[in-house]
Design a binder for this molecule. Structure first.
Ligand SMILES: Cc1cc2nc3c(=O)[nH]c(=O)nc-3n(C[C@H](O)[C@H](O)[C@H](O)COP(=O)(O)OP(=O)(O)OC[C@H]3O[C@@H](n4cnc5c(N)ncnc54)[C@H](O)[C@@H]3O)c2cc1C
Length: 372
């Protein structure tokens, strides 16, 4: 829902759930180190920088990942990631800022075109969904509030792969590409970005493209904690676990009472994508193991992933749904996509808020106020 929140289809708080729950003791702190032999984690209070240690009986490492910049110069400084709620807010403000700056009477034609060139790097589901939400925003709201800018707005999507949505069935990927192209979105496959400056992208063919907004969604990398742990890791530096989700040491031996789930880990020899679907199933598996009694422990089955399908919104009330045995696209895909998102909201507050905001956007359009 972050892509929706970054153009105002949904409000930011409807895309998040608080971690604090009844019966859970929570410390909002950064874990900076783990001592596996003494079973202690070291933490730093994010506000005061004070450090403290916590002993554990069982440890689950679930600290996700960070956006991958591939060390391309300028990406960190000038790109906008789409990973956290704060990223969504930044993008939403930046979009309105570009529109307001482009509306100034003193702006030159070239500068207006630069401000209104919105580039997305990464043609995976996140980049595609952001493109789709951007299309809806331009089509439904920018056309109303900034009709004088419509002819200068340009959206470009870049990916080094030969096709966008490369993890989806080829027919669905082609359907999305054709639809984007018909709508005037420039889909640039087999084209990477090799350098970014404040207002220009340098592409792999050495051409320079001026831009007003850059959204970078080109993959994931390990965070500092994962990088620092002396454990067995895969090619992309995710922690290796065995099929019981136990973390493996550098000699590939399981470490007792230490587990890893989510984007920061992968099962050795059973690689699964870094998605919420995998993270949730692993978390549920581990919770069910922890809730078994010592007697039942003998009955542990290894973790088995049940893939329920992949979905991506492609704008204009259309989505693609790849369920392996059957594919859906267009409005039916959109209906499945929205129903799935609705069913996944975990609190009653968000179960009510999400359809309410969808209805408000449909009836009244998106809000374009800028809140820093
Ligand atoms: C825009 C977007 C759209 C997506 N859409 C889908 C989708 O439609 N379907 C799907 O299946 N997946 C989707 N994903 C992927 C999905 O969000 C991730 O796979 C999932 O969130 C991984 O869960 P996680 O718990 O491993 O990591 P995260 O959700 O990243 O959570 C990790 C948490 O750990 C915290 N943390 C990190 N380091 C430390 C530390 N050292 N100490 C303490 N805390 C720490 C972080 O602040 C964060 O709160 C999407 C991702 C994005 C960015």
């Amino acid at each position: 829902l972050l892509a929706s929140a970054s153009v105002g289809t949904l409000e930011l708080r409807s895309a998040v759930e608080p971690v604090r729950n009844e019966g859970v003791q929570l410390f909002e702190s950064l874990c900076t180190g783990i001592d596996f032999s003494n079973k202690v984690v070291t933490c730093k209070n994010s506000n005061t920088n004070e450090t403290f240690t916590l002993p554990y009986d069982q440890l689950v490492i679930a600290c996700g990942s960070v956006p991958n910049t591939f060390n391309i110069p300028g990406v960190k400084e000038y790109g906008n990631f789409l990973k956290e709620v704060s990223d969504s807010r930044k993008i939403r403000n930046k979009l309105v800022q570009c529109l307001e700056m482009a509306s100034q009477p003193t702006v030159s034609s070239d500068e207006r075109k630069r401000l209104l060139h919105w580039s997305i790097v990464g043609g995976g589901p996140t980049g595609v969904e952001f493109c789709a939400e951007l299309y809806d925003f331009i089509n439904e709201d920018v056309s109303r509030y900034y009709p004088h800018l419509m002819q200068d707005i340009k959206v470009s999507l870049y990916d080094v792969a030969p096709r966008i949505l490369s993890s989806f069935d080829e027919t669905l990927s082609k359907y999305a590409t054709d639809l984007f192209t018909t709508r005037g979105i420039s889909v640039n496959t087999e084209k990477g970005v090799k350098e970014v400056s404040k207002d220009t992208l340098v592409l792999s063919d050495n051409s320079s493209v001026p831009y007003g907004l850059l959204v970078w969604s080109a993959g994931l990398a390990p965070n500092d904690l994962i990088k620092s742990l002396p454990l067995s890791k895969d090619r992309t530096k995710r922690l290796h676990t065995n099929e019981y989700l136990q973390v493996l040491d550098e000699a590939s031996q399981p470490i007792n009472d230490v587990y890893a789930v989510g984007d920061c880990s992968t099962i050795k020899g059973y690689d699964l994508p870094p998605t919420a679907q995998v993270a949730k199933q692993k978390a549920e598996y581990l919770a069910s193991c922890f809730n078994k009694t010592a007697m039942e422990e003998q009955l542990f089955e290894p973790f088995k992933y049940n893939h329920k399908g992949s979905m991506a919104y492609i704008g204009g009330w259309k989505a693609v749904v790849d369920m392996q045995k059957s594919n859906h696209k267009g409005m039916l895909g959109w209906f499945i996509w929205r129903s799935a998102y609705m069913s996944m909201a975990s609190s009653w507050r968000n179960k009510i808020k999400i359809p309410t905001y969808w209805a408000l956007t449909w009836l009244l359009g998106r809000e374009i106020s800028k809140i820093q």
